[in-house]
Design a protein around this ligand. Structure first.
Ligand code: SAM
Length: 308
C-alpha cells in the first residue's frame, strides 16, 4: 500500500545514492544533497532496503551518486533491484562510462537512464567538469539509445553565459540522437562545494519556458513528478525542471532518498532530518523495525518551499 506523508503526498519513488565518489568534478554539483562519506552500502544492503521500500508501496527506484557507474558492482546492484519487480528502475550518470555499460545495464534489468550533459562545447565541458570526457559522453548517450534504455534523457543544468545559449543546439543533438532533453534550473544547496557560483551563473529558465510555450504544439504536466512541464515541438520534447523557490515542485514531490552510507533522506535540500538505517541493519534489526524507520522518514517529509 502506498504511504502518504503528513502533506497528503504519496511516496512513490526512492532515489538511492550508491556512492559519493565521482570521476569528474562539476563545480556546481550538489552531490544529491549528500555530505560525502567513505562508507558505501553493499549490494545486499541496497537490495534489502529496496525490498522494504517495495513493501511500503514505492514503485520506482533511481540510482544516483556520486557517479553510480564507478562502482565495480553496479551490474550486481541493478540485477538485484530489478529482480524485485519495481515499475521502473533508472539511473542518473555523467555518461563517461556509459558506452561500456549501456548494454550490460539493459541486460541487468535497468529500464532507462538520465545522462548529465551540459554542453557540446569542449572548452565549456572542460571548464564545468574539469575533465575531457565530452566525446565519451556523446558516445555513451548514443549507446544507451541503441541499448533501448528508453527514454534516454539528457540532463542539462542551465547556467547564464556558460551554456544558456546552447539549449537549441543541445535540443538538436538530442533529437538527432533519439534522446530527450531535460533542462534543469541551477540550484543552490548546502552540499554545493561553494555557493558563490550561484549568483554568477543562475539563469531564470522562466525565460526559456516563455519561448517554449510559444513554440510548443502541446504541453503536458507530470502530476506525480513535481508537476514538471513537458513541451512538445519539432517531433521531440523538452522537459523543464525548476525546483528553486518552487512551491508546486515541493507540493508534488513524491520522492524519498537514501545516502550512500544508509541514511533515509526526506528532502534533497535538508540534512537535519535524516533517519539512519545502517546502524539498525548492521546490528541485525528485523524488517519490521526497518519499515518503522521508513515510516519515520516519511513522517519527516515537509515541503521545503512552502511560502505560498
Ligand atoms: N554523477 C551522476 C550524474 O552526473 O548525473 C549522478 C549525480 S548528479 C549529483 C545528479 C544530477 O544532479 C545531475 O543531473 C546534475 O546535473 C544535477 N545537479 C547537480 N548539482 C546541481 C545543481 N547545483 N543544480 C541543479 N542540478 C544539479
Amino acid at each position: 500500500m502506498v504511504k502518504t506523508d503528513n502533506f497528503q503526498r504519496p511516496v512513490l519513488s526512492l532515489r538511492i545514492s550508491i556512492t559519493s565518489r565521482c570521476n569528474i568534478n562539476c563545480f556546481y554539483c550538489h552531490h544529491d544533497g549528500v555530505i560525502p562519506k567513505q562508507y558505501e552500502m553493499t549490494p545486499s544492503e541496497i537490495e534489502r532496503i529496496s525490498r522494504i521500500a517495495k513493501n511500503l508501496g514505492i514503485k520506482k527506484i533511481r540510482l544516483s551518486g556520486g557517479e553510480p557507474l564507478i562502482r565495480g558492482d553496479i551490474i550486481d546492484i541493478v540485477k538485484r533491484i530489478s529482480a524485485l519487480g519495481f515499475q521502473d528502475v533508472s539511473l542518473t550518470t555523467n555518461g563517461t562510462l556509459l558506452k561500456e555499460y549501456a548494454q550490460k545495464l539493459k541486460e541487468a534489468g535497468l529500464n532507462r537512464v538520465n545522462v548529465s550533459f551540459d554542453t557540446l562545447n569542449p572548452e565549456t565541458y572542460r571548464f564545468i567538469t574539469q575533465s575531457n570526457y565530452l566525446n565519451q559522453v556523446k558516445e555513451g548517450i548514443k549507446e544507451a539509445v541503441k541499448a533501448d534504455l528508453y527514454p534516454v534523457k539528457v540532463n542539462m543544468v542551465i547556467m547564464r553565459d556558460l551554456n544558456h545559449q546552447e539549449i537549441w543546439d543541445m535540443f538538436q543533438f538530442c533529437k538527432e540522437t533519439g534522446a530527450i532533453l531535460q533542462i534543469i534550473e541551477l540550484l543552490k544547496t548546502e552540499s554545493c562545494p561553494d555557493t558563490d557560483f550561484f549568483d554568477d551563473y543562475h539563469y531564470d529558465i522562466g525565460i526559456i519556458e516563455g519561448e517554449l510555450k510559444e513554440k510548443a504544439t502541446d504541453i503536458k504536466t507530470r502530476p506525480f513528478m513535481q508537476d514538471r512541464k513537458k513541451y512538445f515541438l519539432e517531433g521531440s520534447e523538452i522537459e523543464v525542471v525548476r525546483p528553486m523557490d518552487n512551491t508546486e515542485f515541493c507540493k508534488n514531490c513524491t520522492r524519498l532518498r537514501i545516502t550512500p552510507d544508509g541514511n533515509l533522506k526526506p528532502c534533497l535540500l535538508r540534512n537535519d532530518n535524516l533517519v539512519d538505517l545502517m546502524e539498525p541493519i548492521r546490528r541485525g534489526d528485523s524488517d519490521e523495525k526497518l519499515e518503522k524507520l521508513f515510516l519515520e522518514a516519511i513522517s519527516n517529509r515537509e515541503p521545503y518551499y512552502d511560502h505560498c
